[in-house]
Design a protein around this ligand. Sequence first.
Ligand code: SF4
Length: 165
Amino acid sequence: MRLRVAGVINDSIVDGPGLRLAVFCQGCPRRCPGCHNPGAWDENGGYWLDTAEILAAARRNPLLTGITLTGGEPFLQATAAAALAAAAKARDLHIATYTGYTWEELLAGPPEWLELLRQTDLLIDGPFVARKRDIDLLFRGSANQRLIDAPASLAGGGLVAWEAD
Ligand code: SF4
């Protein structure tokens, strides 16, 4: 399966806990003013990568603790992103997913969005809002964005905030 990406970084310490391989998915319709990565907006930009190649890159770094799906908008390519996440989880890698959608919007979305949520350990939701920018926030850029424990939230009882171990 293929993902259209803007790039891949295999030693990120800012896109989730631990040392991570960050996959910058290509394409985002939101166009948030102040977006950290406007080069990932164009759905026809970037380049294709096979998810097997991404997993191979992860295997080459034995110090990795997780994979982060970021962008761009990973949910535009939810089926391939979910497949990559599932294969990475099978190798005991933690999955963090960034999205410009809110948790509530994702729950109302198509089935493949729910599948990507099911493969996600930490979801960082919501668009970047420049007037709410805060450089002291953990793993996110603006105060409207939330760190969500996706498995606990999907288990029922409402949205559960993610907390570092
Ligand atoms: S949702 Fe994220 S990637 Fe998309 S424009 Fe906003 S900040 Fe950029």
